[in-house]
Design a protein around this ligand. Structure first.
Ligand SMILES: [Zn+2]
Ligand SMILES: [Zn+2]
Length: 74
């Protein structure tokens, strides 16, 4: 018998209709507040928000990606 498996982190969560992010139902109301502005994409690292996914990707690359040369410094 085959059973469905779920990612335990996503159990009970619902996908935001605006950004597709999985959020607990109890927190969905609060989450939707970020969409009342013009910037639906929120950085998971620092809550920086942007109106375009490309801009968020660029932000993450610039601000949160540790460059290898820095890691190798020690
Ligand atoms: Zn959302
Ligand atoms: Zn950030």
């Amino acid at each position: 018998m085959r059973t469905l498996t779920f990612d335990s982190a996503h159990i009970g969560r619902v996908a935001c209709s605006l950004c597709g992010k999985l959020v607990r139902p109890a927190k969905m109301k609060r989450h939707l507040i970020i969409h009342t502005g013009q910037k639906p994409f929120e950085c998971p690292h620092c809550h920086h928000r942007t109106n375009r996914k490309e801009n968020l990707d660029d932000h993450i690359r610039r601000r949160h990606t540790i460059r290898k040369e820095f890691v190798d410094d020690h």
